[in-house]
Write a protein that binds this ligand. Structure first.
Ligand code: B4P
Length: 194
């Protein structure tokens, strides 16, 4: 693997369009690797559910399919990365979603003398993404909002594919298959050099 970490402290990023299965696969992989998942989507949804000040700030943005601003997300992630459980490694699910967020993450890791090991990109066709998210029935899963989230992904998040490919970190995985098969392919991809 690339990066500075050894296999005992995997630092992996789950990457892909909304509904590609990042959260689903992060949970499975975290259990296999024995590391915590940092899901920015879950953290934001929890803040909304608890009516925390952060939740009140982001609820409307999330419901519209937009992205929460980079500064807020940087604070949320930096705070979470300060917890001691992260020393064993981590799976980041849903962060970064913009190039500035990727730069912030790099800085946070650099300050700790760490680096990412791999970025897993889940590849799923658009029609299947819409079908899955409509089935999921989360609050922000109506079709107009899903289309907006996909548009935002193409504009703001997709440029990160080149960013991580240039760093030799990208592992492309076909996410349009049953959950268990995708999970196995991720493990295989992480063993290889991509
Ligand atoms: P997220 O929580 O990250 O949501 P997501 O991208 O829609 O979901 P994911 O790809 O994890 O799909 P899942 O496993 O659930 O973000 C929500 C919102 O939070 C964003 O829109 C944004 O507003 C905000 N936000 C979060 N992070 C941010 C950041 N860094 N910056 C700014 N804003 C941020 O899978 C989807 C469905 O498919 C599930 O129902 C699942 O059961 C099913 N599924 C999964 N794998 C499958 C498979 N292989 N086959 C069939 N179905 C499958």
């Amino acid at each position: 693997m690339a990066g500075e970490a050894d296999n005992g402290t995997p630092r992996i990023l789950m990457f892909g369009p909304p509904g590609s299965g990042k959260g689903t696969q992060a949970a499975l992989l975290a259990r296999r690797l024995g590391v915590p998942v940092i899901s920015t989507g879950d953290m934001l949804r929890q803040a909304v559910a608890e009516s925390a000040p952060l939740g009140e700030r982001v609820a409307r943005i999330m419901a519209s399919g937009g992205l929460v601003d980079d500064e807020t997300m940087g604070e949320v992630v930096a705070e979470r990365m300060g917890h001691p459980d992260i020393r064993s490694g981590f799976l980041l699910d849903g962060y970064p979603r913009t190039v500035p967020q990727a730069e912030t993450l790099e800085l946070i890791l650099q300050q700790r003398g760490e680096a990412l090991d791999a970025v897993v990109l889940l590849d799923v066709p658009e029609g299947e993404l819409v079908r899955r998210t409509l089935n999921r029935r989360r609050d922000d899963d109506d079709e107009t909002v899903i289309r907006e989230r996909l548009r935002v992904y193409r504009n703001k998040t997709e440029p990160l594919i080149g960013y991580y490919r240039d760093q030799g970190l990208l592992r492309l995985v076909d996410g349009d298959r049953p959950v268990s098969e995708v999970a196995e392919e991720i493990l295989t991809a992480l063993k290889g050099e991509g």
